[in-house]
Design a protein around this ligand. Structure first.
Ligand code: AMP
Length: 120
């Protein structure tokens, strides 16, 4: 499937739509989710045009992959969720409920998060 370069996260990365920025570097942008599901809910995006974890982890450069992982660890530390615990989620396509077709990692924390899935 071709990457949709008009998706909302592509527009945020292009500076066309604002976000509540938490972190940025050459490879990564992180911002607060607009509909937080926990006291801390931050999204981490690679700047490159990747639809989901599948193409990102299969074809991104080691530098891009490392930058994303390091950004998660740094922001988790800065936002104070390391001690209490946090959850990372990446949804790939429809069974997982992916809404925005630009790869992103959700960081959720700041309170007990409940069961990992709906269990159905
Ligand atoms: P997913 O279902 O994994 O694709 O998650 C998409 C996430 O993007 C949801 O948690 C939305 O609340 C969030 N979202 C959608 N639009 C925006 C936006 N403009 N700024 C911040 N978060 C957004």
């Amino acid at each position: 499937m071709a990457y949709d370069d008009q998706n909302i996260f592509a527009q945020i990365l292009a500076g066309k739509i604002p976000c509540k920025e938490v972190y940025k570097d050459e490879h990564v942008l992180a911002f607060h989710d607009i509909q937080p599901q926990a006291p801390v809910h931050v999204l981490f995006l690679p700047r490159g045009a990747y639809e989901s974890s599948q193409d990102f982890y299969a074809s991104a450069s080691p530098g891009e992959i490392t930058a994303l992982a390091r950004a998660v660890a740094a922001v988790a530390e800065r936002l104070g969720v390391v001690k209490g615990g946090y959850r990372l989620i990446s949804n790939h396509r429809h069974y997982a409920g992916q809404e925005v077709p630009h790869f992103h990692i959700h960081l959720l924390g700041g309170a007990p998060l409940g069961p990992m899935t709906s269990g159905k």
